[in-house]
Design a protein around this ligand. Structure first.
Ligand SMILES: NC(=O)c1ccc[n+]([C@@H]2O[C@H](COP(=O)([O-])OP(=O)(O)OC[C@H]3O[C@@H](n4cnc5c(N)ncnc54)[C@H](O)[C@@H]3O)[C@@H](O)[C@H]2O)c1
Length: 335
């Protein structure tokens, strides 16, 4: 990588970082503040799984760190479930809001077979409805400014994990990000909404690991050995925040893109569509395809080399999409 001469700055801008009292959110807040951004450090001080009483105070510690380094920040202790209150804190302290980093989250440890409706609901309420709540309150501010940068926090768990409620909530955040970007495009506003898929050694991953081991012990099973210290150090949360800060910057034009970050590694994830099987052409456009057409087409459905990568957030499903081609066949003037 070449030498960095000019640093990306955020002077005059205001960022809200939810769940910024510790872990990843804390690092995002510190890095933004070090680049001249005023920061609202939101965190109610929850247990990693959202149970028990909120402890407060963590946000004040991060604010003190930011101020000691010459930055500007305020603490806010409302839950993301109270999005109006969280956003009102930003506006009343700084009079504007340019960046929303939706980072707050909880991880309920139950596997699919153990999952209860209560645990499912608790996870969805914070990880998905909490983002909804904050974004509903922030949206009119961003629209009025005709500008905004939004970062959502998903998880590698969305590809499938033991923690089903968590995985579902994080996959939901991706759909929400795509739709918020779609809305911003429709309004032709300079609002960009992107998704972070982080990996880091934090309180969440440590407490989760301990909960898994306690459960194994209670079932008479051996504890799972954690990763060695040098790996955990490599996965410190400060290795992730550069991606968030880039996605939060005015120069970032990405829209509804999904980026992994962890241990100093970054990548972009994309939808991939295989080459299409046009069973309607076999049977005639009005005939319903048969399951055997799908079976016969399996090799084509595995052929991604001749497929495409539909973009997120523009509502086009990629153009011209195979569905558009099929629908084109049944337009009245084509029959
Ligand atoms: N650590 C990882 O490897 C990892 C991987 C994938 C996704 N994530 C996601 O990254 C985000 C940050 O995770 P972390 O590892 O730093 O976790 P963490 O538990 O260390 O920190 C999360 C913070 O969010 C706060 N919080 C919880 N509920 C809240 C609420 N209702 N309102 C406001 N604040 C609330 C907690 O008090 C805590 O300080 C989460 O959304 C998590 O799901 C983390």
């Amino acid at each position: 990588m070449s030498e960095i001469n000019q640093k990306l700055r955020f002077d005059g801008q205001v960022a809200l970082v939810t769940g910024a009292g510790r872990g990843l959110g804390r690092e995002h807040a510190l890095l933004l503040a070090s680049r001249g951004c005023k920061v609202v450090v939101n965190d109610l001080g929850a247990a990693y799984d959202g149970t028990g009483q909120a402890t407060g105070h963590v946000a004040d510690e991060v604010v003190a760190e930011i101020e000691a380094a010459g930055g500007t920040a305020i603490a806010n202790y409302d839950s993301v479930a109270e999005g109006e209150a969280v956003v009102a804190a930003a506006i009343s302290a700084f009079g504007r809001l340019d960046i929303v980093v939706n980072n707050a989250g909880i991880l309920t440890p139950e596997t699919w077979s153990e999952l209860t409706l209560e645990s499912w609901q608790r996870t969805i309420d914070i990880n998905l409805t909490g983002v909804f709540s904050v974004m509903k309150a922030a949206w009119p501010v961003l629209v009025a400014q005709q500008y905004g940068r939004i970062v959502m926090t998903a998880s590698p768990a969305m590809f499938g994990a033991g923690v089903a409620a968590y995985a579902a909530s994080k996959a939901g955040v991706v759909g929400l990000a795509n739709s918020i970007q779609f809305e911003a495009r429709k309004l032709k506003l300079d609002i960009k909404c992107n998704v972070l898929v982080p990996s880091a050694n934090t309180r969440m991953t440590r407490d989760f690991g301990e909960a898994v081991n306690e459960r194994r012990e209670s079932l008479g099973k051996k504890r799972v050995r954690g990763a060695p210290e040098e790996i955990l150090n490599r996965l410190s949360p400060d290795k992730v925040s550069a991606m968030v800060v880039w996605l939060a910057h005015a120069e970032c034009n990405s829209e509804a893109s999904i980026h992994e970050a962890g241990g100093g590694y970054f990548s972009q994830l994309h939808w991939a569509r295989s080459a299409p099987v046009y069973a309607t052409e076999v049977e005639g456009v009005t005939a319903a395809p048969l399951p055997e057409h799908v079976q016969q087409g399996l090799a084509t459905l595995a052929d991604f080399e001749h497929g495409d990568m539909p973009p997120s957030g523009d509502g086009s499903m990629g153009g011209p999409s195979p569905l558009a081609r099929v629908l084109d066949h049944i337009k009245p003037d084509k029959q």
